[in-house]
Design a protein around this ligand. Structure first.
Ligand code: 4NP
Length: 166
């Protein structure tokens, strides 16, 4: 099983959206038995909370269900997960601050997988933005998650179900 953790600041907007989207794409590829994912925030402001209502309604407008309760990223995540996928540079710095000497997780930027805007590092935080910013966030994450899934399938030599697609 490949375990993936999506990380943002509050764990109520970007990372639960990435988790919900990625779960849908993995299910559509028929790979639930090979890939699993979760999400976490580097901050503790929203512990236990459901995703932000604006993100839930944006997700729902694209047929994606968000079912997550915010939790804080912690040191043990470096050994539980194979990949820690951060949304922006400040998430990256916060994650690296508590990185243990030994840990299996590879820390990567979500936006590295964006086929449309190559070279941009960050998935912009929509929290203080408009509903349009939430939609933009969805489209960025949709593209990144799809490409990330393709890359995992290739690098880990996973098998796609014959009647499925990515
Ligand atoms: P997220 O967005 O990191 O994508 O979940 C945020 C959520 C909450 C806050 C900032 C960003 N906040 O300042 O409370």
């Amino acid at each position: 099983m490949i375990n993936i953790l999506f990380v943002c600041l509050g764990n109520i907007c970007r990372s639960p959206m990435a988790e919900g989207l990625f779960k849908k794409q993995v299910a559509e590829a028929g790979m639930n038995d090979q890939i699993s994912c979760d999400s976490a925030g580097t901050a503790s402001f929203h512990l236990g909370q459901q995703p932000d209502k604006r993100m839930v309604s944006t997700a729902s407008s694209h047929g994606v269900k968000l079912n997550h309760k915010a939790r804080q990223f912690n040191k043990a995540d470096f050994n539980t997960f194979d990949y820690i996928v951060v949304m922006d540079e400040s998430n990256f710095n916060n994650v690296m601050k508590i990185k243990p000497l030994k840990g299996k997780a590879k820390v990567i930027f979500m936006r590295n997988y964006d086929e449309y805007v190559l070279g941009v590092k960050e998935v912009p935080d929509p929290y203080y933005g408009t509903m349009e910013d939430f939609q933009t966030c969805y489209y960025i994450l949709e593209s990144c998650c799809r490409n990330f899934l393709k890359e995992i399938i290739e690098t880990k030599s996973l098998k796609l179900q014959s009647n499925h697609n990515v």
